[in-house]
Design a protein around this ligand. Structure first.
Ligand code: ARG
Ligand code: ZN
Ligand code: CA
Length: 258
């Protein structure tokens, strides 16, 4: 049987009205994350037959933390009222109580997920961002998502919870499927079973979609969580992505399992 890895998660809801995000919404988001990692998402039926053999199913699962670092009971949902209306993703203020955010819980013991309003940039909304294994300072390890990306949130096309799936992929060392090379075919995601892809996808394609880097065959995998398609069209990790994430967990984040 497949090894199951269980990761304790703390959600820090840092907002002027943190009750705006309900426990039910958090539970739904967690269920989506778990289904997506396990390859148990109902919409995996939309994976085309030619990509089905690559469909990855991870043993990594997530549960709300039940104990604080000092052993007290917790719901794993930490609501913090802030006077800041939004948080810059470069300043990381949301990760520190001293800058009107919320300090991380021991990043070796918990996956920290901060939920807040993220300040938009000149190029648009920031749905979320994440740290890669080894990124410093350790106190900033974890994932930040905008509250409007939660299931039922107000970011149209990005409100089915797939932003957390994508960011958690980064947290376990996955890169973007197009290799972040701006249309060149030289960049890589260091995953052997994903097609070479020129640039980020957007919206929702259907059927075979080829590009400059994969111009024939089954085309690019715009259905992959590490692409930028709309939430409704992101439905899979691949086998080799799962292998890479599980290897990263064992190599860099195994303290989360103890
Ligand atoms: N821009 C973000 C990142 O690269 C998140 C993109 C998430 N996409 C989505 N369809 N939810 O980390
Ligand atoms: Zn990303
Ligand atoms: Ca590329």
């Amino acid at each position: 049987a497949k090894t199951v890895y269980s990761i304790p998660v703390v959600f820090h809801i840092v907002m002027s009205n943190p009750n705006q995000v309900t426990d039910a919404q958090i539970q739904k988001q967690l269920d989506i994350l778990n289904a997506d990692f396990a390859g148990a998402n109902a919409d995996s039926t939309s994976i085309p037959s030619y990509f089905k053999p690559l469909f990855g199913k991870s043993g990594i699962q997530f549960s709300l933390a039940q104990r604080t670092a000092t052993g007290d009971p917790t719901t794993g949902i930490n609501r913090v009222t802030t006077t800041k209306s939004s948080f810059s993703y470069t300043a990381n203020d949301v990760k520190y109580t001293s800058s009107r955010g919320a300090d991380s819980w021991d990043p070796d013991k918990y996956l920290n997920v901060w939920i807040c309003a993220i300040t938009a940039t000149s190029s648009g909304s920031i749905l979320g961002y994440a740290t890669f294994p080894g990124d410093m300072p350790a106190a900033e390890q974890g994932v930040v998502i905008d509250y409007r990306t939660l299931p039922g949130g107000s970011y149209t096309d990005y409100n089915s919870g797939r932003t957390l799936t994508h960011e958690t992929g980064h947290y376990f060392n996955l890169y973007h499927i197009w290799g972040d090379d701006d249309g060149a075919c030289s960049g890589s995601d260091y995953v052997e079973d994903t097609p070479n892809q020129a640039d980020a996808s957007s919206g929702c394609y259907s059927g075979v979609k080829t590009d400059n880097c994969t111009s024939s065959g089954n085309g690019i995998m715009y259905q992959n969580y590490m692409d930028y398609s709309d939430d409704a069209c992101l439905v899979m990790f691949t086998d080799a992505q799962v292998t890479r994430m599980e290897a990263a967990l064992v190599a860099y984040r195994s303290s989360l399992l103890t």
